[in-house]
Design a protein around this ligand. Sequence first.
Ligand code: SAM
Length: 325
Amino acid sequence: MTENAGERLAWLADGYLATQLLYVATELGVADALADKPLNTAELAAAVDADAVVLRRILRGLAAERVLEESPDGRFALTPTGELLRADAQGSLRGYVLARGRLYYEALGGLLRSAKTGGVPFEHVHGSAFFDYLAARPEEMASFQGSMSARLSREARAVVAAYDFTRFRSLVDVGGGRGTLLEAILASAPGLEGTLFDQPEVVKDSKLPSHAGDFFVSVPAGADVYLLSRVLHDWDDDRAVAILRTCRAAMPDSGTLLIVESVLPELAAEQPGAIRMDLHMLLLLHGRERTEAEYAELLARAGLRLTATIPADSVTGLHLLEARA
Ligand code: SAM
């Protein structure tokens, strides 16, 4: 990063390029085509069915950002950053990139209108709520779920390292998505029985014990612990309290509720990753990230009290907020 103010600002303003270069290369399958060996533009264009002239300029754009390495003989190879675009890479960010290039990028077109008149940018652009839109479009839902899995596989290790799940016998992962976090938790606590709870189209192919439903209506009753990871940040305060109340109604009095979220810092520069998360919420949903005090207030409205706030190791300011009746 340059120290010159003008150059720095210009570089930031060109951020739109990075998102789309990564997206287009990923949609074409460039990284998978380069998995075995470096290729020149003609070979790569044939492998991914692209226009060689345009592709070369895209590849050089990615080489300038050190996602690819360009050799003097005209071949391109994956750098360690580029490796993460491969579908089967350990810690792959393929889904993360696809969701940003398609869903999030389009939604940004509504940000100015939101800034002037309020509302959700995604809804201004698409005319429907984010999850309704996804539910009607399996391909977009797959892209979003892929994005969450990519982030979660990084975060799951941090959550398991920060909290001892072996003390519980049963856990319901409410809004658990594809179960990436639940799998990591179950691996860390062999005696624990876990249930994945999410919308029917999300859990229908799950290999984990799962339950489909609506968390505004009910969740499976009687578990020792209810986990809400990256769920409350999707919703405004009243809807978040409604989800907490559904969980409270299902919990035994001795039960525990665990919230996993980015906790907002006092000053934005202290935790830029949490601030970015908050901007994703602004863009897509009626949700937001919150401070610890704001979570305590939501919990109190649902008849729960915050008993511990435990930081997890992550760039997004991830915390576990533990609550009891
Ligand atoms: N827990 C996962 C994580 O930590 O990444 C997924 C969080 S994702 C941001 C929110 C999840 O809530 C999605 O998997 C979505 O399908 C689910 N969801 C949204 N509305 C729901 C509802 N009414 N009932 C149950 N699940 C819902």
